[in-house]
Design a binder for this molecule. Structure first.
Ligand code: CP
Length: 311
């Protein structure tokens, strides 16, 4: 049995195949807790978890809060709007001051890549990266791996096509690291302007044709068009993007038997996928959200519950 050694979870790049598999196995054992009448275990009783979100979130924030509460931890949901961040306090100072109140873990989302790592170096508490700009979103990657393994019974040998705005996507990066480490093939698909130059060095295939991706893939993973991170025009119009890269039922019929659809949310219905796809039996979107709780319970347990008194 592996012993968990890491203080923080900042990226999937820095995890080994064995560490990723260990988290997925641990998540498996926590999934059942959320199906109980009383959805609680005492694992993290007496521990304090702080949600430190400098950017909006629906899924990640609530999922971490529920995961922590189901482990019986106390949760502080730090609200930036009412804090001294608006008076110019730096993220590191904010974290160090909250840590002085004796907390055990920070879950950090920040619009600047690398801020969770910077804070992790400055605090003794565990730090979990909940998304730092276009860099990484490791627990999203883990819950996607968990969902794929649950539905397909394996990850090795599968072909996953990630479609859309790869350039601005932290989810794409975490998934590329996770999927390739676990032996899947990754195809990136989107307009040439939204696929970073040199990304093939991550061991992925690139296509600009959705039709080609659909024909090859076991799973199509769609990404949201991140207008808030696009400071220039990357394609002529939304209408043209939908025509070339939007997913509908006709496209689904051209894919392999059992082709599955994933998306990290939030979805733009009618842009990257039509409602007939998002709400179809092929869609795993809500199962991804459900599995997020088990995966985050596992991560919190390993980082907070397993740490020794002298760490
Ligand atoms: N998938 C995801 O990170 O969603 P939120 O932005 O709502 O947390």
């Amino acid at each position: 049995m592996m012993e968990w050694k890491k203080k923080d979870l900042l990226t999937l790049e820095e995890l080994s195949k064995e560490e990723i598999e260990f988290i997925l196995e641990t998540a498996n054992s926590f999934k059942e807790v959320s199906t109980r009448d009383v959805k609680k275990v005492p694992t993290l009783r007496g521990k304090t978890i702080v949600n430190l979100f400098f950017e909006p979130s629906t899924r990640t924030r609530t999922s971490f809060e529920l995961a922590a509460k189901r482990l019986s931890a106390d949760v502080l949901d730090f609200s930036i709007g009412n804090s001294s961040v608006s008076k110019g306090e730096s993220p590191v100072d904010t974290a160090r001051n909250i840590e002085a109140m004796k907390v055990d873990c920070f879950i950090i989302r920040h619009p600047v890549a690398g801020i969770p790592k910077l804070i992790a170096k400055e605090v003794k508490a565990a730090v979990i990266n909940a998304g730092d700009n276009s860099h990484e979103h490791p627990t999203q990657g883990l819950l996607d791996l968990f969902t794929i393994r649950e539905k397909k019974g394996k990850i090795k040998g599968l072909k996953i096509a990630i479609v859309g705005d790869i350039l601005h996507s932290r989810v794409a990066r975490s998934n590329i690291w996770g999927l390739t480490k676990l032996g899947a093939s990754v195809i990136l698909c989107g307009p040439p302007t939204l696929i970073p130059l040199g990304i093939k060095h991550m061991g992925v295939e690139v296509t600009f044709s959705l039709e080609e991706a659909i024909k090859k893939a076991d799973i199509l993973y769609f990404l949201r068009m991140q207008k808030e991170r696009q400071d220039e025009i990357f394609f002529p119009s939304t209408q043209e993007y939908v025509q070339l890269y939007g997913m509908d039922m006709e496209n689904l019929k051209r894919g392999k038997r059992g082709l599955l659809i994933m998306h990290p949310g939030p979805i733009n219905r009618g842009i990257e996928i039509k409602s007939e796809i998002a709400d179809s039996p092929a869609s795993l979107i809500l199962e991804q959200v459900t599995n997020g709780i088990a995966v985050r319970m596992a991560v919190l347990y390993l980082l907070v519950g397993k740490r020794g008194k002298n760490d």
